[in-house]
Design a binder for this molecule. Structure first.
Ligand SMILES: NC(=O)c1ccc[n+]([C@@H]2O[C@H](COP(=O)([O-])OP(=O)(O)OC[C@H]3O[C@@H](n4cnc5c(N)ncnc54)[C@H](OP(=O)(O)O)[C@@H]3O)[C@@H](O)[C@H]2O)c1
Length: 240
């Protein structure tokens, strides 16, 4: 029987590429989004992948949404915590609201997404958790104290979940993308983007599909011995 995958933020950018790759590989896929109804409707029309709207930063909404997905598609075997935002500012100008919004979405959002599916994975003796972190969680970034803190925290989550889930057939891993050509990166001024590309030895931005292929591998049975690890996919920009 086809396995079921949930991808938060799965209607645009990296998440959309992940949703499509999982569908093409035979998974039943549910993609979530926060508020861009138009993009989600277009995505469903083009791909046939069902989209669900809830705020990953809200635990009760996540729990309720996940219950609906499971009633529509069956138990979730693969969860990809991908939804993420930036609210950049140099630290001396960063507001508590900017800090909180990013922490609530990128860090607490991972808890909210994985916690409701975890008991079912334990009971069934199988699960794949993939968290989309970032190069900037590994190296830090000017203007991103909030974002870098959450993305580093995501690595702590998977390393701990890996230890808790291993005996129950569950793996938890992270992917740290470098700069990928999505709305998030295309929103930065062109001059800044050119400067970023200058720091990437491969000489280009990454493609969302290049991250999706990492997810496919981590979700597969072949990756059963990979647990608590981080795949770095950044064109050679930073080594850990
Ligand atoms: N792009 C990069 O270069 C890059 C690099 C490293 C890491 N990442 C990470 O990769 C992930 C995806 O980034 P992206 O560039 O693909 O982003 P994106 O193009 O901005 O797409 C973000 C997706 O997440 C959804 N989303 C945002 N906040 C949400 C919330 N609170 N609840 C539910 N869904 C929410 C959005 O829904 P709506 O459509 O409704 O807004 C959208 O589907 C993020 O975690 C990001 O930090 C990206």
């Amino acid at each position: 029987m086809a396995r079921t995958a949930l991808v938060t933020g799965g209607s645009r950018g990296i998440g959309a590429a992940i949703s499509k790759a999982l569908k093409d590989a035979g998974y039943q896929v549910a993609a979530t989004y926060a508020g861009n109804d138009e993009a989600a409707a277009k995505f469903t029309e083009e791909t046939g992948i069902k989209t669900y709207k809830w705020n990953a930063a809200d635990y009760d909404a996540s729990k309720e949404g996940i219950a609906k997905v499971e009633s529509d598609l069956g138990p979730i075997d693969v969860v990809v915590a991908n939804a993420g935002i930036t609210r950049d500012a140099p630290f001396h100008k960063m507001t508590p609201a900017q800090w909180k919004e990013v922490v609530d979405t990128n860090l607490t959002g991972v808890f909210n997404t994985v916690h409701p599916v975890w008991p079912g994975m334990r009971e069934r003796g199988f699960g794949r958790v993939v968290v989309i972190s970032s190069i900037n969680g590994q190296k830090g970034q000017f203007g991103q104290v909030n974002y870098a803190a959450t993305k580093a925290g995501d690595l702590g989550i998977v390393k701990s979940l890996a230890q808790e889930g291993a005996a129950k057939g569950i793996t938890a891993n992270a992917i740290c993308p470098g700069y990928i050509a999505t709305d998030m990166v295309m929103a930065v001024p062109e001059k800044v983007r050119e400067a970023i590309i200058g720091q990437i030895p491969t000489g280009r931005l990454g493609e969302p599909e290049e991250i999706a292929r990492c997810v496919l591998f981590l979700a597969s049975d072949d990756a059963g011995f990979i647990n608590g690890s981080t795949i770095t996919a950044n064109g050679g920009q930073f080594f850990v």
